[in-house]
Ligand binder design. Structure first.
Ligand SMILES: Cc1cc2nc3c(=O)[nH]c(=O)nc-3n(C[C@H](O)[C@H](O)[C@H](O)COP(=O)(O)O)c2cc1C
Length: 181
């Protein structure tokens, strides 16, 4: 969960998606990035040697989970036409897995499913172009396919997503599809 706003639009959408996944007997865990200490990549390049990041912070707990999951949903508000800084910091630290996959060639895990949920206030046609590219290459780096997405425009105030005619339902269905699709 990449929004700093608890019970905000991203948070509510993700909760529905997780309920959808749980409806198919999935075991789920929600990680609220804003509550964790995750520094952005500092380009120490330790990961190129052994696939491990040299920075010690809350990513230590996330790496093993990332390697273990069958699917990952990244949910973020759109900030300045990209994902939130919290999500960008987290993604940049996944360079360690990128290094395992492409440099060390020892990212020995099956291809997983990735889904992207995003919500922005405006309605521009290109609103999600940038973040979608980011997510596509993030998923690729951690050995996941860009399997599904839910991109919601025109929602701004905290909890306003509840007034959207279809979004919460669509989020539930996305979560379900991750298991059955
Ligand atoms: C710093 C900041 C930057 C934002 N930039 C954009 C933007 O580029 N495009 C857009 O459509 N909405 C933008 N918004 C609006 C949020 O995407 C919108 O309020 C969203 O519903 C927030 O989701 P949340 O409740 O999950 O945090 C921005 C909001 C903030 C606080």
């Amino acid at each position: 969960m990449g929004s700093p706003r608890i019970k905000g639009n991203t948070d509510l959408l993700l909760d529905e998606a997780l309920k959808g996944a749980q409806s198919q007997e999935a075991e789920t865990e929600k990680i609220i990035l804003d509550k964790l200490k995750i520094a952005p990549c500092r380009e120490y390049y330790g990961c190129l040697k052994d696939g491990n990041c040299v920075i010690r912070d809350d990513m230590d707990d996330i790496y093993p989970k990332l390697l273990d999951v069958d699917a990952i949903i990244v949910a973020s508000p759109i900030f300045f036409y990209t994902v939130s800084a919290q999500v960008l910091a987290f993604i940049s630290r996944c360079q360690a897995l990128w290094a395992r996959k492409y440099i060390l060639k020892n990212l020995d895990i099956p291809l997983r499913k990735g889904a992207f949920i995003a919500v922005g206030a405006t309605r521009g046609e290109k609103l999600f172009d940038g973040p979608k590219l980011t997510m596509k290459y993030f998923f690729k780096a951690i050995n996941a396919e860009y399997h599904d997405e839910l991109l919601i425009r025109g929602v701004d105030k905290r909890g306003e997503i509840k007034e959207h005619p279809t979004a919460l339902n669509e989020a539930f269905e996305l979560g379900k599809r991750l298991l059955v699709g």
